[in-house]
Design a protein around this ligand. Structure first.
Ligand SMILES: Cc1cc2nc3c(=O)[nH]c(=O)nc-3n(C[C@H](O)[C@H](O)[C@H](O)COP(=O)(O)OP(=O)(O)OC[C@H]3O[C@@H](n4cnc5c(N)ncnc54)[C@H](O)[C@@H]3O)c2cc1C
Length: 306
């Protein structure tokens, strides 16, 4: 295993950054029959903490001026908003606003102390939201097993129609011409079976079959699609917006960017890690990348499960 520079991998994966928001987008491919598919996860940071240090003024200036608490606002070292928010939250615990406090310049030392002493709850103040696409239904099934500190909003296969159907090719298939061809045939077959099934169900509905009836117009469509989706494979794309706090994302990265994790979710976790690490090198600065024998990457830290 060799250590690899984050920036290099971010660039190699086609990463981009606009106004402090990172993304690693994924190209769209077409099968010969025109069915859309992706071969890599797409990751776009949608939201990150916004912190205003000046908001503390009315609180800090209410104490004895001899404590010099208001000087806290003049720390010359700027931190990413997420890290600054968590640091303020942690420093409220001990009212560490005086001259003996840990200054932002030593934020790394401050957070490493929290990590090694298990004060992980401080990391829960900073939340980051991602749009994740180019991810299969099997990967999102693993993703949503993470309960603590996460929120999910995923495409509804009952509500959306076959017009937005896309599929995800596993990395193993992309490397073998035979498996790749079989994948293309399979997704065309799946899309076609879905369309045939939908059409037949619509005919049954129009004929007044009870089990497909509904009072509201959108429910009619749902009754058809909730049945037709049964033929969709695990490799159907399942876009999902995922919001997690920094503690939750750290645990996810450790579990899912691990060498023991399934390869598709590991590729997703490594991309999420890169996007987080570049926008907040303080909260996620203890991680490093290593390349595995199969060419994929894993992420490691000495501070696991804070
Ligand atoms: C390599 C790998 C293989 C896996 N294989 C399987 C498998 O074969 N079958 C399977 O079903 N799952 C499997 N999983 C999923 C795994 O069991 C977890 O469900 C998933 O990784 C989420 O982990 P978590 O519960 O630690 O995370 P979260 O749900 O995010 O929880 C984070 C932490 O909060 C605490 N916590 C959360 N909820 C509770 C609670 N109710 N009570 C007490 N503490 C809580 C725990 O400390 C937990 O670690 C696998 C995961 C990995 C990474």
């Amino acid at each position: 295993m060799t250590a690899i520079e984050l920036e290099t991998l971010f660039q190699r994966l086609n990463g981009s950054e606009h106004s402090g928001f990172t993304a690693i987008h994924s190209p769209i491919h077409h099968s010969p029959g025109g069915v859309l598919y992706l071969s890599k996860p797409g990751v776009a940071l949608l939201a990150r903490p916004s912190f205003q240090l000046g908001a503390l003024t009315g609180f800090l200036d209410g104490f004895d001026p001899a404590l010099h608490f208001t000087e806290y606002l003049d720390d010359p070292t700027k931190l990413p908003d997420g890290a600054q928010l968590c640091k303020v939250a942690g420093q409220v615990c001990y009212m560490s606003f005086g001259p003996k406090r840990t200054f932002n310049e030593h934020a790394e030392r401050y957070f490493n102390n929290l990590k090694s002493s298990g004060h992980g709850s401080v990391f829960e103040h900073a939340t980051f939201s991602f749009l994740l696409y180019g991810v299969s239904r099997s990967v999102t099934h693993e993703l949503v097993r993470h309960r603590a500190g996460f929120g999910f909003s995923q495409v509804s296969q009952r509500y959306v129609s076959g017009r937005v159907l896309r599929f995800v090719e596993r990395p193993e298939y992309a490397q073998d011409p035979l498996l790749h061809d079989q994948f293309l045939q399979r997704i065309e077959r799946a899309a076609s079976e879905y369309a045939v099934l939908t059409n037949r169900l619509l005919e049954m509905q129009q004929a007044g079959i009870d089990i497909l009836s509904a009072e509201v117009r959108t429910d009619l469509r749902k009754k058809v699609q909730q049945c037709a989706r049964s033929v969709l494979p695990n490799e159907t794309e399942a876009p999902i917006v995922t919001t997690g706090n920094a503690r939750a994302w750290r645990h996810f990265i450790e579990m899912r960017a691990s060498a023991h994790a399934e390869i598709e979710i590991r590729e997703l976790a490594v991309r999420i890690f890169l996007c987080l690490r570049l926008v907040d090198p303080v909260l996620f600065g203890d991680y490093h990348l290593e390349q595995l024998a199969d060419g994929t990457f894993t992420v490691k830290t000495e501070f696991e499960k804070v």
